[in-house]
Write a protein that binds this ligand. Structure first.
Ligand code: AMP
Ligand code: MG
Length: 313
């Protein structure tokens, strides 16, 4: 990618950070929990680049960062429980999982094709001003290569991602230094991941105990009950369509939909959920998908395709 700009947390750094987000580029953004690897959550390519920069082997859903609860109400089906917890803990290290509203405009890569989204309003003053200056939803997992420790300083970010992101906005050390607590509100209120706010504090504000997620936090969409899977049968490594099949191609080939005619894996990831949805037409014999190279983002694409093709109960 080239050089990573080191932006100071002053007016010009803030303006530049918002400008890069508007251009679909990636910045490391300080939050009170850890530095986030931030991109425009509505931009398929930007979100695909987040997974590419981290070297993530799967498309697990990302947290969407918003300037305030008003922005949240525009994206999700708001509820009394959400209002109560947002009033008590936002801005702050609490993430809420809520059902998406129609016309939400988020890239399906952000939610890994789910019909729920994880949202949070960060308290860090620099995150706040950048979100306001940018004016849209920002997808941001921790700004570290996959499998490495979450970064709590700009130097940590650069140690892992220098040359792989467009800029880091230096906000000094993160004060919480722990990931956000995640509470699921799409069904029974459930603690999905422990984090910066203790579960007891949330239960006290809520006035009732939270259900406990069995096992640890959800790390992949395949672990969720309601994850998107096409209705049609999915056949992998196809070189041509069988009768009645819709063929999703990759690279220069004849097909109904092409993930990337140029053979670009970032473009293919950006198109993946859109094409699976578009191909999933009633009455078809199945969806056939061309082979995708198993390197870079191809690893995560193939992981998602294997889940889509797995036998379902
Ligand atoms: P990170 O952005 O790296 O802090 O991780 C985000 C966490 O939120 C992961 O554990 C995800 O599995 C979880 N998450 C994001 N979206 C959802 C969702 N819609 N439902 C359940 N968990 C989610
Ligand atoms: Mg992380």
């Amino acid at each position: 990618m080239g050089r990573t700009e080191h932006l100071q947390g002053d007016d010009s750094g803030i303006v530049r950070a918002a400008e890069l987000l508007s251009e679909g580029r990636l910045i490391a953004l300080p939050t009170e929990t850890v530095y986030g690897l931030a991109g425009d959550a509505r931009n398929d390519r930007a979100v695909a680049r987040i997974f590419d920069a981290k070297g993530r082997p799967s498309f697990n859903p990302l947290i969407v960062h918003l300037a305030d609860a008003g922005a949240a109400r525009a994206l999700v089906d708001w509820s009394d429980a959400a209002e109560m917890l947002a009033t008590a803990f936002w801005p702050g290290p609490l993430t809420l999982v809520l059902p998406l509203k129609d016309g939400h405009g988020l890239s399906p890569l952000v939610t890994a094709g789910l019909d729920t989204v994880a949202i949070r309003v960060p308290a860090h003053p620099l995150a706040q001003v950048v979100l306001r200056a940018f004016g849209g939803p920002v997808a941001a997992p921790s700004a570290n290569p996959s499998g490495r420790i979450s970064p709590t300083t700009a130097a940590h970010v650069l140690a892992g991602l220098d040359g792989r992101i467009d800029a880091v906005l230096d906000g000094g050390p993160c004060t919480v230094g722990l990931e956000s607590t995640i509470v699921g509100l799409a069904g029974t209120p459930t603690l999905l991941r422990p984090g910066g706010i203790p579960a007891e504090a949330i239960e006290a504000a809520f006035g009732a105990p939270l259900a406990q997620h069995d096992g640890t936090a959800i790390t992949a969409p395949g672990q969720l009950g309601s994850h998107y899977a096409p209705g049609a049968r999915v056949r992998l490594n196809a070189t041509q369509a069988d009768p009645g099949e819709v063929l999703i191609g990759f690279g220069p080939m004849e097909c109904d939909l092409n993930l990337s005619r140029a053979g670009d894996l970032v473009e293919a990831a950006a198109n993946l959920f859109h094409h699976l949805h578009d191909a999933d037409r009633p009455g078809i014999a199945g969806i056939a998908v061309a082979p995708i190279p198993q390197h870079g983002l191809g690893v995560a694409i193939n992981d998602r395709l294997r889940r889509a093709a797995a036998p379902r109960g």
